[in-house]
Design a binder for this molecule. Sequence first.
Ligand SMILES: Cc1cc2nc3c(=O)[nH]c(=O)nc-3n(C[C@H](O)[C@H](O)[C@H](O)COP(=O)(O)O)c2cc1C
Length: 206
Amino acid sequence: MIIKTLGISTSPRIHGNSDLLLREALSGAESAGAKTEYIHLSDYDIAPCIECNACYSRGDCKIQDDFQQLLKKILDADRLIFATPVFFMTVCAQAKMLIDRSQCLWAYKYVLHKQLFSSERDRRAMVIAVGGSKSKKQFECIRFTMKSYFDVLDINYSTNLFTSKVDDIGEIHKHPTALKEAFRLGNELIAAESPPPQKPINIELF
Ligand SMILES: Cc1cc2nc3c(=O)[nH]c(=O)nc-3n(C[C@H](O)[C@H](O)[C@H](O)COP(=O)(O)O)c2cc1C
């Protein structure tokens, strides 16, 4: 079975640090036989959620933009690799806008009591985050936000790759292990045995 793997780079910087790690993780996934697709989120026109709550009765989002086509790719994927810079201790605004628009899935599941998938699927997700500071707390908000996002997407939160003290564009190239870890974890996301882990595997490079 071909494992479809979607990588979403949410940083506004192309070839920024999280973007480069994502590309490496996708290469790792490919080396394990996955079919991969890379997306730069800034190429998509995605408006913020306006809390109109139309999704509570419709089950989908009434704002028509690129969210619908991106959501289709996200739900279609067997593996999702989500890369973000740390901005003010959490995900960047671009990432948060995508996450918030998924409120329609929350409504679909928990207000309208419908199922996202008609059959059981082995879906797994990895988070890549990069922050400039040395604070050990800088990834804590990201953990909670991504857990709640992945719960709504019915996808297992399998892996974190968090790297601190990396700031300038492309500086990740100077990191002794981060790119290698991204490749390895991308490979393992595809090659790992079932069942998926109960808790995410945490690789924190402080
Ligand atoms: C608006 C903004 C907010 C930031 N906030 C934080 C922060 O709270 N903690 C941190 O460690 N780094 C912070 N940074 C630094 C970035 O996380 C860092 O430059 C990172 O390498 C960017 O990743 P990217 O190249 O993938 O975009 C911030 C940068 C910007 C532009």
